[in-house]
Design a binder for this molecule. Structure first.
Ligand SMILES: Cc1cc2nc3c(=O)[nH]c(=O)nc-3n(C[C@H](O)[C@H](O)[C@H](O)COP(=O)(O)O)c2cc1C
Length: 340
């Protein structure tokens, strides 16, 4: 059974009229899934698609990729890259999707899942799940505006009622979505309690478009178990892909990380960050990544403290060299307390 699922993971998946090479995708993550992290992940390969962090739909039509943090990409990644947008006005969302299509992205992803107060207060993200009719209108407007695949990312809703996400999934499909990513947690639960995977199965059974299951996928066994228990068509991986950017290659491509993978990867990431951002910003982004990286180690908290004591990227590289002088003990399962 497991062997069949391992094979399933590397099978092509059709989304609308396009094919992706396997069933593992990077989940959208604001502040983490930027051009530099995606480049690091791309150097290992093994994924089906990558997603940007959420972009404000209002800004997209006039956004300058040279200066934007989120609406920024490398040409080579566009054919596997989905741009996520948030907003609540159907016309604004459609206008953003038109620019995204023009730029050559694989698809556009609509955010119905973010439960951060600043987003929900404005009626965006998971707040839209309180307005199912408006949600349908948004998907419909985007569907009519573009011919690239339209993705929807959503969560359980605001109450623990499995009928609700099932109803929303049907609505999204009817309105023209080509694939769903479902994160089975209520808002505003922000990853403290475990996600309810059984709801992924219910959502998956209620639609005929592909459903990516999302939430607490840490090791390959978790991915196989999610496929087995939910019958979802793909896996969307967030935080663990930051902690271990080689994870896609490891799960789908037989990549075997050596003992030096941690130091090499963090060092490489420091150089990629410097390629794309000024020193001040590169340091800021490295510090955001550091808790995920340090979660790989037994004394991750101590390591994190040493690593982020830095003003410049040169400090960061010196800290990395000093921390890895004595090989820190790696954990097979990360210490998620570092990145809850
Ligand atoms: C720092 C951070 C930023 C996130 N930003 C977004 C976002 O912009 N859009 C979105 O749909 N979800 C966002 N998420 C949620 C993730 O896509 C994903 O649903 C969540 O992390 C659970 O998956 P995981 O257990 O694999 O990390 C974010 C999560 C984290 C940790």
């Amino acid at each position: 059974m497991n062997e069949i699922l391992v094979q399933y993971l590397v099978k092509n998946l059709i989304i609308k009229d396009r094919i992706i090479p396997n069933r593992m995708v990077l989940a959208p993550m604001a502040g983490l899934g930027h051009i530099a992290l995606r480049r690091l992940i791309s150097e290992f390969g093994g994924f089906g698609l990558l997603f940007t962090g959420m972009c404000n739909a209002k800004a997209i039509p006039h956004e300058n990729p040279e200066t934007s943090l989120v609406f920024k990409w490398r040409k080579e990644e566009l054919s596997n890259l989905v741009c996520q947008i948030f907003g609540s006005d159907p016309k604004t969302m459609a206008a953003a999707a038109i620019r995204i299509e023009k730029e050559g992205f694989f698809g556009v992803d609509l955010n119905f899942g973010c439960s951060v107060a600043a987003i929900c207060k404005k009626g965006y993200g998971a707040a839209l799940l309180k307005k199912p009719d408006l949600s349908s209108k948004i998907v419909k407007a985007v569907r009519e505006a573009v011919s690239i695949p339209v993705f929807v990312k959503f969560r359980t809703g605001w109450e623990n009622n499995p009928l609700f996400p099932v109803d929303m999934a049907k609505r999204f499909e009817e309105a023209g979505a080509d694939a769903l990513t479902f994160h089975p947690r209520v808002a505003p639960d922000r990853r403290t309690r475990p996600p309810k995977w059984d709801m992924i199965r219910l959502v998956q059974e209620s639609v005929s478009i592909p459903v990516f299951g999302n939430g607490n996928l840490f090791e390959k066994e978790d991915g196989i178990r999610m496929l087995r228990e939910t019958f979802c068509q793909g896996l969307s991986i967030g935080r663990m892909a930051v902690a271990r950017p080689w994870l896609f290659a490891q799960w789908t491509d037989g990549f075997l990380p050596g003992d030096d993978i941690y130091y090499k990867t963090a060092l490489r990431f420091s150089y990629i960050l410097s390629d794309h951002f000024d020193d001040h910003f590169a340091v800021k982004l490295f510090k955001k990544y550091a808790p995920y990286f340090c979660a790989n180690f037994k004394f991750g908290h101590q390591l994190l403290k040493k690593l982020v004591y830095a003003q410049t990227m040169i400090d960061i590289r010196n800290n990395l060299a000093s921390v890895f002088e004595s090989t820190p003990e790696a954990l097979s399962r990360p210490n998620i307390n570092l990145f809850l």
